[in-house]
Design a protein around this ligand. Structure first.
Ligand code: ADP
Ligand code: TRP
Length: 323
């Protein structure tokens, strides 16, 4: 099975990204064909500072590699190193109704938050469809916020195939319920754009500040608490197995639990969980040239596959006039 997903280098990667997408991708590389990339063309819609975009891109690559992406077992690259995707975006644009793009939740949400409605932001889902279709991807591991984008990709692929003949694989999103929406420290969806993240590789002081700032309700210590309404419980649950989660739930339901104790424990759990990866990352950033080399090699592998699908699309729409 061919699995593909991408992440925007629009800021530092966070535990929402990790559990919803990165960790699952890293597991998939053992038994599947994995395509994993850093979508810097997409990040152009929100990052307007070249130095920051370059820095975020390399940082995201270091994060992925230290967390376990293995370039021997996967195809790992930066989106803009395979510029074929922009050509496919244009080809696909002609089977996309404007109405479909106007209905995109993500676009509407970004406008509501004050972003300028430029054309890149509007056609973001077409570039994402090109990303997915260019590699014949079958399964797309993402969080719930990307569900509609993958559905749009399906619509676009079906419409293209109906118009021009069988060209693209119809992909499917994969969104496990337990990591579909991971809350940020303010209770909204954790996102690089909302300033509510816990970064995977933050300092211990930052981690403490973030967890201690999480608001809890005013239930008295000697009353039972509702774990399902508590951000701390949702975050803690990501790091423990089912048995430990049901013990934690019991602690919430038993009078006497102090939120301050849970916060202290959670800081320790998160810090320890990422400790081995932090070590790997410290070594990796001393070898940035190796990281760049890995990305270059990845883009060559990606380009081979991209070339096949792009040629087929060019042929099926009639761009290869000289045959
Ligand atoms: P962000 O919203 O932080 O900019 P991205 O858009 O780069 O994150 O998302 C990368 C991947 O991580 C996507 O698959 C997205 O659905 C997933 N993801 C990001 N934040 C969350 C979250 N809070 N809960 C679940 N999935 C998330
Ligand atoms: N739009 C996705 C996000 O913001 C990132 C993305 C771009 C992507 N291209 C993709 C995800 C292809 C999966 C497949 O999270």
């Amino acid at each position: 099975m061919r699995i593909l997903s991408g992440i925007q280098p629009s800021g530092s990667l966070h535990i929402g990204n990790y559990f919803a997408m990165m960790k699952r991708m890293i597991e998939y590389q053992k038994n599947h064909e994995l395509f994993c990339f850093i979508v810097n063309y997409h990040a152009l819609t929100s990052v307007f500072d070249a130095k920051r975009l370059r820095g975020n891109t390399i940082n995201a690559a270091c994060d992925f590699l230290s967390l376990g992406i293995d370039p021997e077992k996967s195809v790992f690259w930066v989106q803009s190193d395979v510029p074929e995707v922009t050509e496919l975006t244009w080809i696909l644009s002609n089977v996309v109704n404007v109405g479909l793009l106007e209905r995109a939740h993500s676009y509407k949400d970004k406008l509501a938050r004050g972003m300028v409605p430029n054309h890149g932001l509007f056609s973001y889902p077409v570039l994402m469809a090109a990303d997915i279709l260019l590699y014949g991807s079958e399964k797309i591991p993402v969080g719930k916020d990307q569900k509609q984008h993958v559905e749009m990709t399906r619509d676009i692929a079906i419409r293209f195939n109906n118009t021009y003949g069988d060209t693209f694989v119809i992909p499917e999103a994969e969104i496990p319920e337990d990591v579909a929406v991971i809350p940020g420290i303010d209770g909204q969806k954790m996102s690089k754009s909302y300033d509510n993240t816990i970064q995977i590789f933050c300092s211990e002081t930052e981690l403490k500040e973030k967890i201690l700032s999480i608001k809890t309700d005013s239930t008295p210590v000697m009353a039972p608490k509702d774990p399902d309404k508590c951000i701390l419980f949702a975050l803690y649950s990501l790091f423990i197995d089912n048995e430990q989660r049901s013990k934690l739930r019991d602690r919430y339901l038993t009078p006497g639990l102090k939120y301050s104790d849970i916060k202290k424990e959670l800081i320790g759990v998160i810090w320890e969980y990422f400790a081995p990866f932090r070590k790997k990352r410290e070594n990796l950033i001393k070898e940035i040239d190796v990281v760049k080399e890995i990305l270059m090699e990845g883009s060559e592998k990606a380009r081979n596959i991209a070339g096949e699908y792009l040629s087929k699309a060019r042929h099926n729409v009639g761009l290869d006039y000289s045959i």
